[in-house]
Ligand binder design. Sequence first.
Ligand SMILES: Nc1ncnc2c1ncn2[C@@H]1O[C@H](COP(=O)(O)OP(=O)(O)OP(=O)(O)O)[C@@H](O)[C@H]1O
Ligand SMILES: [Mg+2]
Length: 217
Amino acid sequence: MAAKIIAVVNQKGGAGKTTLTMLLAGGLGDKGKRVLVADADPQNTALHWAGMGNGFPAEVEDVSGEEGKLHKALRKRQEEFDYIVIDSPPAAAAPVTASALKAAHLALVPVIPSPLDLWASVRIREAIALARHKNPELVARLVVNQMQPNTVLAREVLGMLPEFGIPLLAASLKSRTAYRQCAALGASIHALGSRAALAVLEVDALRREVERLLRGR
Ligand SMILES: Nc1ncnc2c1ncn2[C@@H]1O[C@H](COP(=O)(O)OP(=O)(O)OP(=O)(O)O)[C@@H](O)[C@H]1O
Ligand SMILES: [Mg+2]
């Protein structure tokens, strides 16, 4: 079966695109899925992450040079993988982001629950709306990252999210040192073992929800 394509996108720098990409790709890879991380960001942070260790459970390739032709390049690779996860640059209007959204079955938009981050994310909503002219089946979800539960600010910002116009994934990621450790070790969250038990549960819940969304697509 052809790979399901997930584009991780946001205009906002530092929202957690690379972290979400690598945690999800690592989680799928650890479950035995064949996964390609298509690193479409010229900063190549995903490539650096995988290069920090041995045995990251997904292939990671620099595809930033494909620019507006990325969707065509990925279509040729779809039979080799079960999932292709695209990490994109913080640029909603870049040709590579538009091309990623053209190829994708699912767009994930990580957002930090802070008003500044939400305001800066509005342009990605426009990019997703534009992509749907050519890719009407594109499903999109916001993913709350660096969640700090039980704070007044988090409640207020979460209350603003429905106005954003993109539904929220039920699973979210808290702010955790374990996620930074994964990057430093070039690892998936499961490789950290019992040190990261809560983080493992969080990533597993996210992976399962994503798999459910993509079932039958
Ligand atoms: N849930 C989290 N817990 C702890 N640290 C996090 C979390 N999410 C992201 N970070 C940290 O925040 C910083 C920015 O995250 P990341 O690089 O994933 O964002 P990005 O959207 O890919 O950034 P860019 O726009 O520059 O590509 C990194 O130092 C990362 O380790
Ligand atoms: Mg990044």
